[in-house]
Design a binder for this molecule. Structure first.
Ligand code: BGC
Length: 954
């Protein structure tokens, strides 16, 4: 398995140098004054005498200024931003971190919590806090400076901040409150039963608090399950939506933290919380399969107000809070939508002095069971707003809005009309030929938001406890004629930072890339989901095993995937069994190999791409336990545990979901054994990283035994093929290094024959083979065949989807013709290793697993097919990596950027006997470059940080 990594630390903003004021008052001479008056920038003078880079993009546990972190010893990271004039080959020689308990102390360079002193190290990422022990609720302000190799110091970075959450269960004085009934007495209340919809009305909770003293600091810690919104004095606190993160509620519950110091006022304050159902109060009981529910929505709330006089008060959820279910959100469900009756809005419910008649006392209810844990991922937010492209009226009163893009979120509706009129918004991914919504593939999800007008002029509504996957919206019941201004789509996803971009001269590939980006982001819902639209939306493990590495080139997924790996451990049974879906809202413990293998594979991806060893450390025991449990199913070196095969290979008949052709399918025992062997190799690697030598030995032996049995059982040496010779049956052993050396060429040739002769240059894998296919071709010297597949427009291919109007990636290669029971228009799993391939192979930005986190970057582009250029950027943990190449009759032209503190090895394609130049000089003589030799048709150079421009003849 190839490794890889990177992490983004988001925007590499160039930072202005900030000299201490003293410096320039003292240093200001007459000539200095004259220069200043003449427009000379004194900061440039300072820059030339200080380090050639500046620390920026400060992160604490991957997050920017997080509130309420869940640990006392977080890891701190920054990026070194080189100055424009910095010579090549910059490295950090040392750093110093200051952590202070107040912004004032930090400004005076007083790190009362931690003064690291100068530490000789080139590390800039995940540096463990080593200061005074941090207790619950501690506020921390920090900054860092670095020295370069010549010994010059940078300025101090801008300040970062974090606060610690509630670390111990005893910190919580609050009680869980709610209403363990369908609705408050005397009020109507949603539906709870039947095989389908379970849609309670939202619960509204309120409490007042009187503040008589000057406030120094006020923090709120809150878990509102399933979903919640917090208000203080009428204002929504925080900009997150669909909060908190999903979890195995009986094992873990996420709370969120807010600094509300500025939101409190002297006198009476009102706290308001709205609770939605989310997945806690499950949207289904049994459709389409058994679904776990966790009870009625509930709230845990704690606010600590510290006064300027040193005293403090706690405001906590308890029986003194008031509750009603008789508010405007009459029903809410993630699958079915939200029903909002504006006539029932609760006037002033979240401001002080509201009339509480009609409200009941909240019940103190059972805790959900799980440990309270700080949410340590970027929250879900509205990340983009999109106006509709067209509006049509296929029949009277039925209006269809087309947003031009399959997206995830909801609509903001603007409407005015008579009181009591109900406008309906229904969402779909595609249309029927008559221009109306195609809903068959949405299955039982009702995907309908209903808004009943109060009739008071212009009304604006958007739902908050549901989301939809859609491109088209059908509006009915609209008073009058809607316009393109009537709706605005709110795109909603985990607000993970972008991690790079890819573009090339082939417009189809660019289109496919865009389709993938939309699909990936839309399926981030505090877990990676399979789909966002039908009655499913689950975290299927198999969909994201190797594919998750590709996502690291699109977004900074370090924190999100670390959280999902924790979800896997939480869902693991005492026996070691890991489910196929995590959190296990669908409790499918089928004990197959491939889906739960993500519990082994993903920690390695995070290590490779982000240099993050902590996930491997934390998760090792759980992964080891699963390996041990599954080893019990091995017989004679073969494990035949498989549930889904090579899920979704292109079927022979356009109507089929799954192929019936034995030739297209891959032997389940082959798949399971190959994966289990690869898992054992990874476990051996992790064990060595963690210094567990006996374990490493154990897993190596296990891998060797499995490999031997695998070849004995499946390899036909005469034919040079495994089992029936399907594409996947060749790809897995090639990618996992299972093929005996002397058979390798033969097996690879068999794969090529399969692709070219049987599939006519098309993909023939499902999600298992597809996660390795493009790299297996490229690593064996046939990037051109990978390119051929990637740019096909006919079935089956990503291009076929795009040619048939897809703006995301389909669940099935034949998603436009297949049985609607399973043809989501927005699934990530068939992306396979395409994104990895575009970045690592076409653009040529690849990490080196031996030096994780892009400390060493392998720059090896593949100028294949008719491609004229390719460009990619990647925000690695060390900063921005860029590769941009083009070719024309003059040859190959390539610009590369290597970040500070990293080394790049550039493989420049060239014609033997011709010279490679760098900015028009012979490359071997250029500064910051070491010629390492020739490798096939490539000249190899080692590069320090900086930007390089190579030209060669092809
Ligand atoms: C999901 C897939 C999943 C598969 C496994 C489907 O319903 O949408 O993403 O991996 O089931 O059975």
């Amino acid at each position: 398995m190839t490794g890889g990594h990177r992490a983004d630390l988001a925007a590499n903003r160039a930072m202005a140098l900030r000299p201490p004021a003293r410096f320039w008052m003292r240093g200001l001479t007459l000539s200095g004054l004259l220069m200043l008056l003449a427009g000379f920038n004194p900061e440039a003078v300072l820059a030339s005498s200080s380090a050639r880079f500046e620390p920026s993009s400060l992160r604490c546990e991957y997050l920017r200024d997080p509130m309420g972190i869940g640990m006392g010893r977080p890891r701190l990271s920054w990026i070194l931003q080189p100055s424009h004039t910095a010579p090549r080959g910059q490295k950090q020689r040392a750093y110093e971190i200051l952590v202070a308990s107040s912004a004032r102390l930090l400004a005076h360079n007083q790190g009362d919590l931690w003064q690291s002193g100068r530490i000789e190290s080139d590390q800039t990422s995940q540096i463990l806090y080593h200061g005074k022990p941090l207790g619950s609720e501690q506020e921390c302000f920090w900054k860092v400076r670095s020295w370069d190799e010549s010994g010059k110091a940078s300025g101090w970075s801008e300040a970062g901040r974090w606060t610690v959450g509630l670390l111990s269960p005893s910190d919580w004085q609050a009680k869980w409150i709610g209403l363990d009934e369908k609705a408050a007495p005397g009020t109507p209340g949603g539906s709870m039963g039947g095989p389908e919809a379970r849609r309670l009305a939202a619960r509204w909770l309120r409490k007042e608090y009187r503040c008589d003293k000057q406030v120094r600091r006020a923090m709120i810690y809150m878990a509102g399950l399933g979903l919640s919104e917090l208000y203080l004095n009428g204002k929504k606190i925080g900009d997150e939506v669909l909060s908190p993160a999903l979890s195995e509620y009986a094992k873990r519950v996420f709370y969120v933290s807010h600094d509300v110091t500025k939101d409190l006022k002297t006198g009476d304050n009102a706290i308001g919380v709205v609770l939605g159902n989310g997945r806690f109060f499950a949207p289904r009981g049994k459709v389409p399969t058994d679904t776990r529910g966790f009870g009625f929505p509930k709230l845990l709330f704690q606010m600590r107000v510290e006064y300027a006089d040193g005293s403090s008060v706690l405001v906590v959820s308890d029986a003194s809070w008031k509750l009603t279910t008789n508010g405007p959100i009459r029903a809410n469900s993630e699958y079915d939508g939200e029903e909002y009756d504006a006539r029932m809005e609760l006037a002033h419910w979240n401001t002080a002095g509201c009339d509480e008649s009609g409200w009941v006392s909240a019940q103190v209810v059972e805790a959900p069971g799980g440990v309270l844990d700080a949410s340590m991922i970027d929250p879900i937010r509205v990340t983009q707003k999109i106006r509709p492209a067209t509006l049509t009226q296929p029949s009277p009163g039925v209006w269809i809005f087309d947003f031009g893009q399959n997206l995830v979120g909801w609509c903001r509706l603007k409407v005015s009309g008579p009181r009591g009129m109900t406008v309906s918004l229904r969402h779909a991914e595609t249309l029927k030929s008559d221009g109306t919504l195609y809903l068959d593939n949405i299955r039982s999800a009702k995907v309908t938001d209903l808004y009943t007008l109060k009739g008071e002029g212009r009304e604006v509504y958007e739902p908050r406890f549901t989301y939809h996957g859609f491109r088209y919206v059908e509006v009915t019941g609209f008073p009058g004629t809607p316009t393109l201004e009537t709706l605005e789509a709110q795109v909603v996803n985990d607000d993970v930072a972008g991690a790079g971009e890819f573009t090339c001269s082939n417009p189809l590939l660019n289109r496919i890339y865009s389709n993938v980006v939309w699909g990936v982001r839309g399926n981030y819902r505090s877990i990676p989901t399979d789909c966002p639209q039908r009655d499913e939306r689950q975290g299927w493990l198999g969909d994201r095993s190797a594919e998750s590495k590709g996502e690291t080139f699109l977004f900074n997924t370090a924190a999100l995937y670390a959280k999902w790996v924790q979800d896997m451990a939480d869902a693991q049974k005492a026996s070691g069994s890991v489910p196929d879906v995590c959190p296990a809202y669908w409790p499918i413990y089928s004990d197959n190999v491939t889906w739960p293998s993500s519990t082994v594979i993903i920690p390695g991806t995070l290590h490779a791409q982000y240099g993050d060893l902590a996930v491997i450390e934390r998760h090792y025991d759980s992964a080891r336990k699963w390996m041990g449990y599954m080893a019990g199913f091995v017989t004679n070196g073969i494990i035949a545990r498989d549930s889904y095969g090579d899920w979704c290979v292109p079927p022979e008949d356009p109507k089929l979901i799954h192929s019936n052709d034995p030739n297209r399918k891959t032997d389940p025992a082959l798949i399971a054994t190959a994966y289990f062997c690869a898992d054992a190799m990874l476990m051996a690697h992790y064990a060595s990283l963690l210094g567990k030598e006996a374990d490493a030995q154990h897993f190596q032996t296990q891998a060797a035994t499995l490999k031997q049995a695998f070849n004995r059982e499946f390899l036909d040496e005469r034919k040079g093929q495994y089992a029936n010779g399907s594409q996947t049956s060749c790809v897995l052993p090639l990618a996992f290094g299972l093929v005996p050396e002397e058979q390798r060429a033969k097996v690879f040739q068999h794969l090529l024959d399969k692709i070219e002769n049987e599939s006519h240059g098309h993909i023939g894998t499902g999600l298992i083979g597809g996660q390795w296919l493009m790299r297996a071709l490229t690593d064996n010297g046939r990037a051109d065949v990978a390119y051929e597949m990637a740019t096909q427009k006919t079935y089956p291919s990503w291009g076929y989807m795009a040619e048939h109007g897809a703006t995301t990636i389909w669940e099935l290669w034949n998603g436009n013709t297949a049985d609607p029971a399973m043809n989501s228009g927005n699934h990530v799993m068939l992306v396979g290793d395409l994104i990895i391939w575009l970045n690592e192979c076409l653009a040529g930005i690849q990490g080196d697993p031996a030096q994780p986190g892009f400390k060493h970057i392998i720059l090896r582009p593949e100028p294949v097919g008719d491609l004229k250029f390719a460009r990619a950027t990647h925000q690695s943990p060390r900063g921005l990596i860029a590769s941009s190449w083009s070719r024309d009759d003059r040859g190959f032209h390539w610009e590369i950027t290597v970040p500070v503190n990293a080394i790049g090895t550039a493989y420049v394609p060239t014609k033997p006997g011709t010279e490679v130049t760098e900015r028009s000089r012979p490359a071997q003589q250029a500064r910051g470059i070491t010629f390492k030799g020739l490798d096939g048709g490539r000249a190899v150079f080692e590069l320090g940080s900086g930007t390089y421009h190579f030209d060669s003849k092809l």
